[in-house]
Ligand binder design. Structure first.
Ligand SMILES: NC(=O)c1ccc[n+]([C@@H]2O[C@H](COP(=O)([O-])OP(=O)(O)OC[C@H]3O[C@@H](n4cnc5c(N)ncnc54)[C@H](O)[C@@H]3O)[C@@H](O)[C@H]2O)c1
Length: 441
């Protein structure tokens, strides 16, 4: 393909060089003359292992060159990869000046081009940037319609400086945020040589996956450092602790606990965090991240309570009461607190939880369930889904639902009624239910 790459910084240079090396004809566009000259002389404008060699090879072969001329680059390419910087800004979160300038320039050049053309945003941009800025600007300056005459995709980059070339060839995934299949198809074809799973998603998903990834990487580093600081206070080898910690690929390094939904509860997480906070205070260590977990969890409980109570329901059905799936344990269960909050606000509550129900009937004095269930909550428990749904205008789902119970829910669901799914139970079924459905993340 004929490709233009806008912005010849770390991302743009690696992208331009590697695509040229993969057999494409690439033209880089940059406002800094020195970077343009470096590329055209076969040199990398900065140090990145292996990059100068690739640039040199491609410049000699004539598959890679650079310019300051936007119009020329658009005229000679079928697709533009935008790789300009998006640094921080106090007022707007990030500075979009370069992105806007490039979109205006490409738009202007497209007003003189007949052929179909795709603009792919590789720079990291906040959710909404494409719909609010990039697409309207491209349409305004080109006089063309995105999705018809031209295409637009969000296609974030995941390379890391220092290992950029190998990362470029084997990213964690290729993600294409698209509004129309034609532009997505073109990008999917472009990246077909890369060894990575491909996700084709709406624009916003693509924009946010990049932020979620970087935020999580930062979180991991800070977490490791706080655990390291605790280790030091105890005279414990932090590397040994973390070596063993990361070897748990069931709960620690896995997708477990990474599904948005309900707040955490139960007898262990809160208790152990409070214990660590106590030790940290005693030893004078500032554990900002670990200290923030319980307040953040409480804030999430509050968001859920606002969502539940916000529509002034008269009678609510809770599907699930224990703190998680497959247990009757009610200790620190967010659902118990939420039920009590509803009762305090004089909302009628009906609860169905088969795990809790079976232990209540088995022997309420021996099991933990009875002990942690206030009387006013216990009196809301119903013996079947059908009974729990009777006369309610809102259902809050906190656990998975059996097929039989789902059929009851389907019978209940009609317009004007509402479901809040905190467990992701409904999945694709959500589309077939005629009531309003909120999936809480
Ligand atoms: N650096 C990384 O490791 C990395 C990794 C993944 C994603 N990203 C994201 O990719 C984007 C680029 O990052 P970077 O580190 O390569 O930035 P950078 O600052 O190294 O490079 C940006 C380049 O764009 C040029 N530029 C500015 N305005 C221009 C214009 N109007 N026309 C043409 N060129 C213009 C600048 O002169 C500069 O050379 C950012 O959004 C960043 O968040 C960076």
């Amino acid at each position: 393909m004929n490709i233009s790459v806008f912005g010849l910084g770390y991302v743009g240079c690696v992208t331009a060089a590697c695509l040229a090396d993969a057999g494409h004809k690439v033209i880089g566009v940059e406002i800094k003359r020195k970077k343009v000259d470096a590329l055209n002389e076969g040199r990398s404008p900065f140090f990145e292992p292996g990059l100068s060699e690739v640039i040199n090879r491609c410049a000699k072969q004539g598959t890679l060159r650079a310019t300051t001329d936007v119009e020329e680059a658009v005229r000679l390419s079928d697709i533009a990869l935008v790789c300009v910087g998006t640094p921080s800004s106090k007022e707007k979160g990030l500075q979009l000046d370069a992105v806007i300038q490039v979109c205006e320039g490409i738009g202007r050049a497209l007003s003189k081009k007949e052929e179909y053309f795709v603009v792919a945003m590789r720079s990291t941009v906040l959710p909404g940037t494409s719909l609010e800025y990039c697409i309207p600007i491209l349409e305004q300056f080109s006089g063309k319609r995105v999705g018809e005459d031209i295409g637009y995709c969000v296609n974030p980059e995941f390379l890391r400086e220092g290992s950029a070339i190998s990362d470029f060839h084997a990213p964690p995934f290729t993600i294409i945020g698209e509004r129309d299949a034609r532009s997505g198809d073109l990008l999917a074809r472009l990246w077909s040589f890369v060894q990575a799973p491909l996700y084709r998603v709406p624009l916003g998903v693509s924009e946010l996956v990049k932020y979620a990834s970087n935020a999580f990487h930062a979180l991991k580093i800070v977490f490791a450092n706080e655990i390291g600081s605790l280790c030091r206070a105890y005279g414990i080898d932090s590397n040994e602790v973390m070596r063993i910690f990361v070897s748990d690929t069931k709960s620690n390094i896995s997708s477990r606990y990474l599904r948005p939904g309900n707040a955490f509860g139960g007898s262990c997480l809160g208790k152990d965090l409070r214990a660590l906070q106590f030790v940290a205070k005693k030893t004078d260590i500032d554990l900002h991240l670990l200290n923030a977990i319980i307040p953040s969890n409480n804030a999430h409980r509050e968001r859920i309570a606002n969502l539940v109570l916000g529509s002034n329901p008269k009678r609510v059905c809770f599907v699930g009461l224990s703190f998680k799936e497959g247990t009757d344990d009610l200790r620190e269960s967010p659902a118990v607190q939420l039920v009590q909050r509803c009762l305090d606000e004089e909302v009628d509550v009906q609860i169905f939880d088969s795990d809790v129900l079976s232990s209540l009937y088995d022997d309420p004095h021996l099991k933990g369930t009875a002990q942690y269930m206030p009387d006013n909550v216990r009196s809301c428990i119903k013996s079947s889904m059908e009974e729990a749904l009777d006369g309610v205008d809102l259902v809050v789902i906190l656990k998975s639902i059996s097929e039989k119970d789902y059929l009851q829910l389907k019978k209940w669901a009609q317009s004007g009624r509402r479901i809040i799914d905190l467990y992701g139970t409904l999945g694709r079924n959500a589309e077939e239910l005629p009531c309003e459905i909120n999936i809480m993340g």
